[in-house]
Design a protein around this ligand. Structure first.
Ligand code: KG4
Ligand code: ZN
Length: 472
């Protein structure tokens, strides 16, 4: 399913990062007032590489191998950069072209919802194949819709983590081919940072610092965004993310997964009584900002069994009573799943205001943030605390290329990017992918005793890499 939105018009030797003292090529940019195909040239800031040259995730040398970032006034406010963003970290193949003044020139998403619904989850090998099949078409359509060719681009941004290695690889390979062939700088993007920063594209008033709740299929994060690339993690999930709980519950209730489990469950929940099943709120006794959804999933499973819902029977075949039972479970699940978010956000706001009293906004983004019930409940929490909620529109909450391109714009302006890869890079080149890549350092006081996070093979956080580099 290819959809396009046209809005106005391992450790692993790696991104082949060579340190160069000066920027060896010219960056293409557009004068805002000129026609799109009328590029003007400008000289970019001196090159400051963004990625580690290290060949190991686990080694701390990957952060220390970076050179200082923006240490020499390399920031550019140029409003006419044109950046292609590519996203393949999970089950959506997405590309978009965004100009640095915030104009979205094109946006294309190819969803694997049909695969998900057939196989009950993301199977990495199958997802990889699906990305491979459509990536060229998706990128070409993004260029066509923007009425641009590769030579018109200023840089290519691509998600390098976190996500599924096999899937990330497809996007990174495509990005490097384009960047190599057309001599373009390349910017490696953190998927969750992109979810957070896309809110700065839609709300120009949104300044650092701000608080962000990022809720998706694989992540539940509460972060304090001090500055670009500088994040403090106030909370994370100790087991599953909320999106995973929505998807599992939807599947168990026999919903049509064609448009995704989350949206299907949100729709059914509107018919149900949210007070009818007494689920308990997760982690009540833990006075921190971490999350847990595994226990709630178990409670849902038990409720389904005790109400004799025949989960092999699709909802379309359910009689009136059966449909009502399922809707009650859906509504009750959603109420408690979101109450857990509300409680954590309430506490996080208190913490964040202590650490950075100038905070005015809570950003809520990631696929689950497209849910209207989630948005309205969190809006209430935020308003009660005298803050403002910033929620991207639904098609920018779920995975998309715009968030990657925009985050590319933000880092590029700060001089964080890599030089073009060689045009003749070998097909078996091993890329710098970061499947498990924390966004920020943990807030020490927020560490949960209940935590059971798997810590093996985690890449140093984006924040620690950038900070280490800037202190060199
Ligand atoms: O950010 P995202 O598109 O991909 C990941 O990075 O995981 O988030 C996908 C998740 C899925 O679990 C999906 O079911 C959920 O977001 N989701 C929703 C809704 N739309 C998407 N969950 C609840 N309600 C929705 N309307
Ligand atoms: Zn996502």
């Amino acid at each position: 399913m290819l959809s396009s939105f046209v809005i106005s018009s391992c450790t692993i030797p790696s991104f082949n990062l060579l340190l160069r003292a000066t920027f060896p090529y010219r960056v293409r940019a557009f004068a805002i007032s000129s026609r799109l195909r009328n590029p003007t040239l400008f000289l970019p800031p001196p090159f400051k590489p963004f990625f580690a040259t290290s060949s190991s995730f686990s080694s701390s040398s990957s952060s220390s191998s970076l050179n200082p970032l923006n240490a020499c006034g390399s920031r550019t406010e140029d409003d006419s950069l044109v950046i292609l963003g590519i996203e393949t970290s999970c089950d959506d193949t997405a590309a978009a072209i965004v100009r640095s003044d915030g104009e979205i020139l094109s946006q294309v998403v190819s969803s694997q919802a049909d695969l998900l619904s057939r196989y009950g989850g993301v199977a990495p090998k199958m997802a990889e194949e699906a990305h491979v099949q459509v990536i060229d078409q998706v990128v070409q359509q993004a260029l066509d819709n923007a009425n641009l060719a590769e030579v018109d681009l200023s840089a290519v941004a691509v998600t390098i983590g976190p996500g599924l290695s096999l899937c990330l690889r497809v996007g990174v390979q495509k990005a490097r081919r384009i960047a190599g062939k057309f001599n373009l700088p390349i910017i490696g993007i953190h998927h969750m940072e992109a979810h957070a920063l896309v809110s700065r594209l839609i709300d120009k008033e949104l300044q650092f610092p701000f608080l962000a709740l990022l809720i998706s299929g694989g992540h539940n994060l509460l972060i304090l965004a001090h500055d670009l690339g500088h994040y403090l993690q106030l909370g994370t999930t100790i087991d599953d993310a909320i999106g995973e709980a929505y998807d599992k519950t939807a599947r168990w209730l026999g919903l049509d997964m064609g448009k995704g489990g989350g949206p299907a469950l949100e729709e059914l929940a509107r018919e149900g009584d949210p007070e009818s099943v007494k689920f308990s709120i997760p982690m009540k006794q833990h006075k921190d900002c971490n999350f847990s959804y595994a226990g709630l999933k178990t409670q849902v499973r038990m409720a389904i069994e005790s109400r004799n819902v025949n989960t092999d029977n699709p909802i379309s075949a359910a009689d009136c009573q059966d449909r009502k039972s399922r809707a009650d479970i859906a509504a009750s699940f959603q109420r408690v799943a979101v109450l857990h978010l509300e409680e954590r956000c309430q506490r996080a706001i208190g913490w964040a205001l202590n650490i950075a009293p100038s905070i005015k906004h809570l950003v809520v983004s990631g696929g689950v943030a497209s849910n209207l019930y989630v948005r309205s409940r969190l809006d209430h929490v935020v308003t009660m605390n005298g803050l403002q909620l910033v929620c991207p529109p639904p098609n920018l909450c779920t995975d998309n290329g715009v968030m990657v391109a925009w985050t590319g714009v933000e880092h590029f302006r700060m001089g964080r990017f890599d030089p073009p890869p060689p045009a003749d890079e070998a097909d078996d080149f091993v890329f710098d992918l970061r499947p498990r890549w924390p966004l920020g350092e943990e807030y020490a006081e927020g560490r949960s005793e209940a935590r059971s996070l798997r810590r093996a093979r985690i890449h140093p956080s984006l924040t620690s890499i950038i900070q280490a580099a800037s202190h060199q």
